[in-house]
Ligand binder design. Structure first.
Ligand code: GTQ
Ligand code: FE2
Length: 370
């Protein structure tokens, strides 16, 4: 584990000099650092964590009153900063997660960038996100895509505050040194034609082509989904059907949002999945390579993550870092979760791994946010 060479060899003056000269030459001997680099299994710096909606919402409301989007704000976004990441504004090593809010009649300026983004709406009505000219209306439970390089801006044409979850592959694209960002010449890009054109264009596509049963199909298509909006009514219907088919016993059913053209994940880098937990049983304890951010849309329950219990309710967001075991359970009624993961990237590289544990985890503590 030590970065220093073993004491007995380092005591030799010639070897001492070698290490000094290697350092001066900008060379690091692998044999002194290999244990930190090539760990037997993933050792993410991000830790399992949870942000409460009850904490975030009032702060977002204060930001709406105090920080106009035009003044420095640009986009009124509160990013989830995982305490394991040393102050970086990322939910996990590969994922950006955030709460974005927009007050009545506000609009966030149009721009584009190489990171891809998804929005999952928590509360409010009246906002649309325009994606390359297609204005996508947003309501609670809807998923809206803003693929890499697409012009996008958000407009609140209504009278209520609006809140949604933002998920981006920003840390991945940053790690690849591939970030480009560009402001649109106008505050809002022009809307072409009717709202929800991508939705209308795919209206005849069967539900099976817009969602796939199971949590982690997540094939990678370098082209993002041409369908930019997935409505909660459709998601709800799919989860209802799956939960009925699952019959008694409770537990969790999942459906991944898919690119109707290819069946791949919605964006090349990001998979989005809806889950319904039915009271009576916990989901099986599973660990996966890659990171996942969960958003609680409806209901209450708890998740055991790496042996600690995280209690949650609607509006909460939590992170399951790579290879941490997780199992989920609803309390007092069914619960619906949305999740965002980097699974398609791991799959495309041929290194995705998933394991179901033989027995439920022993709970050794309960999470209390600071
Ligand atoms: O709404 O365009 O959470 O560009 C982070 C970066 C949201 C957005 C975020 C962004 C956006
Ligand atoms: Fe953006």
């Amino acid at each position: 584990m030590s970065v220093h060479p073993p004491a007995d060899t380092a005591a030799e003056p010639e070897l001492d000099a070698l290490y000094r000269d290697l350092d001066a030459a900008g060379l690091r001997p692998l044999w002194t650092i290999t244990e930190q680099l090539l760990t037997p299994e993933p050792r993410p710096r991000a830790v399992p964590w949870l942000w409460r909606g009850a904490t975030m919402r009032p702060l977002a409301e204060r930001a709406i009153r105090l920080v106009p989007v035009e003044r420095g704000g640009e986009r009124r976004v509160l990013s989830l900063a995982n305490p394991g990441l040393g102050g970086r504004p990322y939910a996990a090593g590969t994922l950006w997660g955030a709460l974005q809010c927009l007050g009545p009649r506000e609009s966030a300026p149009a721009h584009r960038h190489t990171p891809g983004a998804i929005r999952f709406v928590l509360a409010g009505r009246g906002v649309w996100t325009t994606v390359d000219g297609d204005a996508c209306d947003m309501g609670p439970g809807d998923l809206v895509l803003t693929p890499a390089k697409a012009w996008h801006d958000h407009s609140n044409g209504g009278d209520s505050d609006m809140f949604w979850f933002d998920g981006l592959d920003l840390p991945m694209i940053e790690a690849l040194d591939g970030i480009f960002f560009e402001q649109h010449p106008e505050l809002n890009q022009p809307v072409r034609g009717e709202h929800n054109r991508s939705e209308a264009a795919h209206a005849g596509v069967p539900a099976e082509r817009r969602m796939a049963d199971g949590a982690v199909r997540s094939a990678l298509d370098p082209e993002p989904s041409p369908l930019l909006v997935y409505r909660w009514a459709d998601t709800d219907a799919r989860l209802t059907r799956l939960a009925e088919a699952e019959a008694a016993g409770g537990g969790m059913v999942s459906a991944e949002f898919t690119n109707p053209r290819s069946g791949a994940s919605v964006l090349p880098t990001l998979a989005c999945t809806a889950h319904r937990l039915v009271p009576g049983a916990a989901s099986p304890p599973v660990r996966r390579s890659g990171n996942t951010v969960y958003v609680v849309f409806r209901g209450s329950g708890s998740s055991v993550i790496a042996g600690r219990r995280f209690d949650w309710t609607s509006g909460d967001m939590f992170v399951v870092p790579s290879w941490a075991a997780a199992e989920h359970r609803a309390e007092g009624g069914q619960a619906d979760l949305f999740s965002l993961s980097d699974t398609p990237v791991l799959r495309a590289l041929g290194i995705y791994r998933e394991e179901t544990l033989a027995v439920p985890q022993e709970v050794t503590g309960v999470f209390e946010p600071a």
